[in-house]
Design a protein. Structure first.
Length: 328
């Protein structure tokens, strides 16, 4: 890309939340920037497009060490979203490039989506609808597959912004709520209305396990053959966080054996899900396509958060949402 040295270049590596970047251009071009959009899918494509970027905005494209090494003058990397697992934080830190996220744009949407998946599975909404559309009005699922949330113990893994709102939504259903978060004290978790427990206790005692933690080297594949075996038989499993938290093969096998009674997934590994994945033919699985954060309001807040990070930097200020420890 031949950059005009007089104008900072803002490169958007990929975007699926809009058909164009009119909002970004309307906000940043009056500040003297040139906004360039791409739809990168590989690290090589990212490396090519960010070479002369001053500001890198990314959604899902892999901003790997290779791509970061190709950046000649990047002043920041900002993700359209909360999780930053598509960005090599250490490589950016080594280059002195701060990485930012937008941590609070879709909290209600994701918490609502979590509750929607839970209710779809406990009340058999998806299979009932499919049966009725196929002419099976009098063929409901067996009664033991229906649950009232007041009779269940829910285990919430991760009590950040989203996990807290999930706890708040479950409380009126009179669900017993267990929670685990290594970054919070027992008193802090109790103040949310949940019972603080160890992760092992949560797995062993919960009828329903829902994940609300980031994908990090410590959490990737935290749901695997061993941890699934530690859960109750017939456990309901919810994941709206990241697909890489789960060993998908182990989950499929646990669903086949009935160890996991049902699963509600907004994320998979890989994404998009493979067209021949057994998950797609399982009646006890409800899948949505990484859209838990979706709403007009959330999309506007997401884009505004990214734009503000660039605008603050142009004014010589800093966003408070740096996630890789670069302070200058």
């Amino acid at each position: 890309m031949a950059a005009d040295p007089r104008r900072p270049v803002v490169v958007v590596t990929d975007f699926s939340f809009t058909d164009d970047l009119a909002v970004e251009k309307a906000a940043l071009e009056p500040l003297g920037c040139t906004v360039v959009g791409a739809q990168c899918r590989t690290a090589e494509e990212v490396a090519a497009v960010v070479r002369d970027a001053d500001f890198v905005l990314t959604q899902f494209a892999p901003v790997t060490a290779q791509a970061i090494q190709a950046m000649n003058r990047a002043r920041l990397i900002t993700r359209y979203g909360i999780g930053v697992d598509n960005v090599d934080l250490a490589a950016a830190r080594e280059r002195g490039i701060p990485v930012y996220n937008v941590p609070d744009y879709c909290i209600d949407e994701v918490a609502d989506h979590t509750l929607g998946l839970i209710l779809s599975l406990t009340r058999q909404i998806a299979p009932l609808s499919a049966n009725i559309k196929a002419g099976g009005w009098k063929r409901p699922p067996p009664l033991p597959k229906f649950y009232a949330l007041r009779d269940l113990t829910a285990g919430v893994v991760g009590c950040g912004r989203i996990g807290r709102q999930v706890i708040a939504r479950l409380a009126p259903f009179r669900t017993k709520i267990l929670a685990y978060d290594p970054a919070m004290s027992a008193d802090q978790i109790a103040a949310l209305g949940a019972v603080p427990v160890s992760l092992d206790q949560l797995y062993a005692q919960s009828d329903l396990v829902t994940l609300h933690c980031p994908s990090t080297p410590e959490t990737r594949r935290m749901i695997n053959t061993a941890t699934l075996s530690a859960m109750k038989d017939g456990v309901i499993f919810i994941n709206v966080a990241r697909g890489t938290l789960v060993d998908q093969g182990a989950l499929i096998e646990a669903l086949r054996r009935g160890k996991v009674g049902a699963a509600g997934l907004d994320v998979t590994d890989p994404e998009p899900i493979e067209p021949d994945s057994p998950l797609l033919s399982m009646n006890n699985v409800v899948i949505t396509n990484h859209c838990a954060s979706s709403s007009d309001r959330a999309a506007a807040l997401q884009r505004r958060g990214v734009i503000d990070t660039v605008a603050l930097t142009l004014r010589g200020e800093r966003s408070p949402n740096c996630v890789n420890g670069v302070t200058s």
